[in-house]
Design a protein around this ligand. Sequence first.
Ligand SMILES: [Zn+2]
Length: 268
Amino acid sequence: MYDYIDIHSHLNFSDYEKDFDQVIKRLKDTNTATITVGTDLVSSRKAVELAEQYENIYACIGLHPADNTGETFNEEEFEKLVTQKKVVAVGECGLDYKGFKIHDLRFKNEKEKQIELFKKQIELAIEYDKTLMLHLRSGENADAYDDALLILESYIVNHKSKLRGNCHFYAGNIEQAKKFIELGFTISFTGVVTFAKDYDEVIKFIPLDKMMSETDCPFVTPVPYRGGRNEPSYVQEVVKKIAEIRGEDFEFVKKTLSNNAVKYFGLK
Ligand SMILES: [Zn+2]
């Protein structure tokens, strides 16, 4: 199978238009696969197109909680996409409280809107037996991780067997990580771990078989590529750093993280 799997990329963004072929060449040369993630209907369609075209690309389709706030969730169109071959997940979906303070007047409305959108995508994932790709970002005194846990737990009683997902770009604490793992969810880390120490403790805490690697490219380029555009083949820097932080053998970590992505997203 693949040496590395970048479980969250945006190769569907215009950042790659000019040199897409070279990006794909490096993806293949490093024996890396990636899940390209939609943030709205147009970018989700593009993710599906790329996945159909390239062996090493899989697709995740959904509507981001805060990226394209003018778009409402088109259930019919997303249902068409979710059944396409190589669509392995629904998202990125979740809660994004960045820029909001808990007592903001706007916050209550915004939160309700985001929760409604999130629930639609949880239900789509359950119905079509897909993994959720969660995007959670807290604001000042407004914790997106705690709120997401409450929402997800409300689906457990009726849907435990099908409810599953991954917390992308994990920025929660150890207690919350524990709760997500108890729910059967996994957690992934980006290139941020190569230049910030904030995640070291949680990386040591989470069992390796519940963890995955990602780039979230074109954002958060890892060391030693800081300053340039990020891409999926750089995910090996994230894997190296995770092994270093945990004090575990690199080959073992590499293999486990790749196997995890195959298992949790059902990659074929
Ligand atoms: Zn993303």
